[in-house]
Every structure is written in C-alpha cells, then in structure tokens.
Design a protein. Structure first.
Length: 508
C-alpha cells in the first residue's frame, strides 16, 4: 500500500495543530478549489473550507453572494444556485483575509478512478507523442490526485487544477482513459470539461469503497466489523503518534535552530496509519465530497479476478456508497470490461459479474475484448489503445446523459436462447446496424453442450439479429457459452464497431 511522503506528514501535522489552535484571519479553501477549476453546470455549487471558529465568511462568484459563519470546529460551507456552462469567472472568499480563485469554468465534471488501467499515463498510450502534441484544449481541465492512503478520512488532496495543453506538466502523467473520455465529451458537447483522476495500480475494489456502501449489501455485512475495527485502530495509533510527536517538537525546534541531530520520532513515515479498511477512499475520494460532479468512470477488477460473482456485490457497495456520500442521487457510473489477459481461467466469471453490475441503476459497461493484442500490451493486461476505451465510455455518457438518443453506445447483449432441433438460436438486443464479424469470417468462440454439460466447439452463423450454433457432437443442445477463456478475442461485433461480451446461457 502507498506510504506518505514527508510533505504529507507536514500537511497532517499542520492541519492537526491548525485545528487545535484558533487563528484569526484563517479562511482556507481545499485544493479542489484552485485556479483553472471546472464547476459542474446545472447543479448546486457547494463551496466549503476552514476558518477560525465563529469567523464570518463571504463567497462571491459570478454575481452571486453567499455568507455564513464558521462553526465551532472551524468548518464552513455555502451553496450557490446552479449555473449554465461558460466562463471564465473569478471566485472571492473573504473573512479576516481574502482568497481569490481565477479562471473558473462551468461545465461537466467527472471523477475517473480505478487501478492500473485507469492510472495508465497518457505518455504510454498508443501514439502518445502525437496525442500530447494535439492536446490543445484550453477548456479542458485536469486534477490529478496523488496516491494517498489514509486510515481515516482526509479533508483535502495534494493537487491543483491545470489546463490541458501540450506544454502541461500534468498531461503526460494524466490518466489516458480519462483524457480520451473527456476529450470526446468536450468535442461533441462543446462545453468545458473537468476531469478528476484518482487511481492506484494493483489495488482491489475494497479500499475504494465508502463504508456507507456496505450497509445496503446483505452479502457484505460481515465486512462492516472489519472496517470499523480498522478505523478504531487508526484512531488509537494516530493519538499515540501525535502524542509522541508533540513531546519531541520542542526538542526538534531547538535542535533545528542549533544545527544538531533531530529526534528519531520525526522519521516516522506517517502519524496516520495507511493500511486496513477503505484507505484509498479516505485519502483520494472522500476529500472531493461534496464537490458537484456529473458522474464517475471506473476501470478496475483485475485485482479482484478471483471474486467471480462476489464482485457484483462489491460493485453495488462501491457505487451505492459513493452515491450516498455525494448526495446527488444515482449519478452516472460507467465502467470498463476487463481486457483479455491470463487470470487462471477466472476472467469470464469476473466479466459475468461486471455484466450483472449493469443492473445497478444508471450504469453501463464499455466492452473491450477487441482493444488489445499481444504486440501492444504494455506490461501485460494493459492495452495501449486507451483511445477506444475512452471513446466507448464517452458513448455511454453521450447517449444517456447528454441527449444523443440515436447514438449506438453498447455492443450486443444476450437476450434469449431457443432450441431449434440440433441447434441453438441466440437472440441479442443492442444490435445497432446489424451483426457482423471483424474479419469477415463466420463467428468464432462459441461452444455448445448437451445434458452432460460437456462443452465442444460450435459452428456459428449470423441470421439477422440472431446467431445459430450447433455441433455434430451434440444431438440435444442444452447450454452454450461464448468467448469463455481468459485470452478470448472473439470476432463477433456489430457494424457500428462494438463487440459482443463473454456470456453463457442454458436452455430454459
């Protein structure tokens, strides 16, 4: 699990002591409110921060003003009415001191999270040099949240917004999937786009899940006790570590002033434990709430390949938890089908759980079986063609959230299975302009089984919006499966360019 840097330690200590000592003129904003930011259009604009307890705070933005008073803990929050897309604007936050945030746009904001395929940097993507050189989109803005693990929720991230341009220091390190997703939205909708990237490679879904999400999933009730225990342990260890640091601070100040060696307590990696429980949610997602967003995109699951259908329950907890804490209703949540790689034969079962996750309201899955090949698979399981993944995620948003009702946004999905003599007829929905194959050959990767459950390869042919499959070895077909292998890259697709996902079915 990622560890804290010295800068993080300093930030935690500064925040802890600032909270303990009332200071006049201490109006503060979290870093998510910084120059070049994008605020979500058509939603209440929530602005929050810190100040001295009882300090009056005035927020002025685009001709609107809201005032409040910091509470006993020094926290304050205001809400401004929704605005249409546009800008740039300036925000002024004033108390005993005054802060100004400039070059603010109103547009579409998306949180982009997951593990390594979402973290995958633009500089490693297919045709990366050309893509970066063409990335001159001044109305696209990026917030790259650094890897931060915390045993308890943090109230800020160590990042600031930057403008998307070929000279941006952030752009080459930014999520390639997030960038290509946002670029498609920006070009098609002609509105500003803000992308918040918060991902960590090789991570499971559990550390990203808000504790609030576990309560609504019966199969995960046993996890609640472990999350609670981890939080209790983190609080106790934090108390002990802060006590130790407070004891040596006078010695440390004196040693620093005299040029002498420092006390060893200062060398601890972090006062706040960074393992156990939802540590990535605490450090990278919670600090963003309640910043208004349109929705989220998610690319994760490789590290949960062994979960099989349990991953469906975990997706319900993840999505439900984020929606609960953001309090923006069932905001869109679109995710990526895990691409072919070796997972000990477990990948089709994980994808089955991902497909089941599409029954969660306002979700969708970008299919990916045709987006990788052995010669262009960065480090294994990391296809460089992030352009197509980002575009396919954007298709879901464009069709479901931005009113492009005639847009084909998904490949075919299994609908029904029917016996016709020695053959099975498979019917799909979402067939767009019709079924076809990428190579012009007959559909491959189909298997068929009789009552004994022994699967054999099946011959297949396209018949309108259906597929007919059969085998001379199976006289009484009872079940079928499609692309039921880790490395399967089936040729079946629709003429609109989107593939068919793995699936299996039995005769009713």
């Amino acid at each position: 699990m990622p560890t804290f840097t010295k800068r993080t330690v300093l930030g935690i200590l500064t925040a802890a002591f600032a909270a303990a000592i009332p200071v006049r003129g201490a109006v503060r904003l979290p870093n998510v409110f910084s120059d070049h930011m994008v605020l979500q259009r058509d939603k209440d604009i929530k602005v929050w921060g810190g100040a001295a307890p009882g300090e009056k705070v005035r927020v002025q933005f685009a001709g609107q003003t809201s005032e409040t008073v910091a509470d006993a803990t020094g926290e304050w929050k205001v809400k401004l009415p929704p605005m249409k897309a546009g800008g740039p604007h300036e925000m002024t936050v004033a108390g005993e001191n005054t802060l100004k945030v400039s070059d603010i746009l109103i547009g579409e904001v998306w949180v982009c999270s997951g593990q390594s395929n979402m973290e995958f940097e633009l500089m490693h993507a297919q045709n990366s040099k050309e893509e970066i050189n063409r990335a001159d989109f001044p109305q696209m803005r990026m917030l790259l949240v650094p890897r931060t693990s915390a045993g308890l929720p943090l109230n800020d991230v160590r990042a600031r917004w930057s403008v998307c341009s070929p000279t941006s220091a952030v752009l080459p390190k930014f999520s390639a999937v997030a960038y290509f997703f946002g670029r498609e939205i920006h070009i098609r909708m002609k509105v500003p786009v803000g992308l918040i990237a918060a991902s960590v490679g090789a991570t499971q879904i559990e550390p990203w899940t808000a504790p609030e999400g576990l309560a609504d999933v019966p199969a995960l009730q046993a996890s609640i006790a472990g999350v609670t225990a981890a939080a209790d342990n983190a609080r106790q260890r934090l108390r002990e570590n802060l006590d130790a640091l407070e004891r040596v601070i006078p010695q440390a100040r004196a040693a620093l002033a005299q040029g002498k060696p420092l006390p060893p307590e200062l060398a601890m990696s972090s006062p706040l434990p960074a393992e156990g429980g939802p540590v990535l949610y605490h450090g990278m997602i919670y600090p963003l709430v309640p910043f208004a967003i349109r929705g989220a995109i998610w690319y994760q699951g490789e590290s949960n390949a062994g979960d099989k259908m349990r991953y469906f329950d975990k997706m319900k907890a993840l999505i439900g938890g984020w929606r609960r804490v953001w309090q923006q209703g069932d905001f869109p949540f679109y995710f990526v089908q895990i691409t072919p790689n070796r997972y000990n034969g477990e990948l089709p079962l994980l994808i089955e759980a991902q497909i089941a996750s599409m029954t969660i309201p306002n979700t969708g899955m970008a299919q990916s079986t045709d987006t990788t090949d052995a010669s262009d698979n960065f480090g294994g399981g990391h296809p460089r063609n992030k352009q197509e993944i980002g575009r396919r995620l954007a298709l879901w948003a464009l069709a479901k959230d931005y009113g492009q009702i005639n847009l084909v946004h998904s490949g075919p999905r299994f609908q029904s299975l029917k016996v016709e003599g020695r053959q099975l007829r498979i019917r799909f929905d979402q067939v767009g302009a019709g079924l076809t194959t990428r190579d012009g050959k007959a559909p491959d990767s189909f298997e068929i089984a009789g009552p004994d459950g022994a699967f054999v390869d099946a011959a297949a042919k396209i018949d309108g919006a259906t597929i007919l499959i059969g085998s001379e070895k199976v006289a009484q077909p009872a079940a079928m499966r499609f692309a039921w292998k880790d490395l399967a890259q089936p040729n079946l697709m629709i003429k609109d360019g989107l593939p068919v996902s793995q699936f299996r079915a039995q005769v009713p």
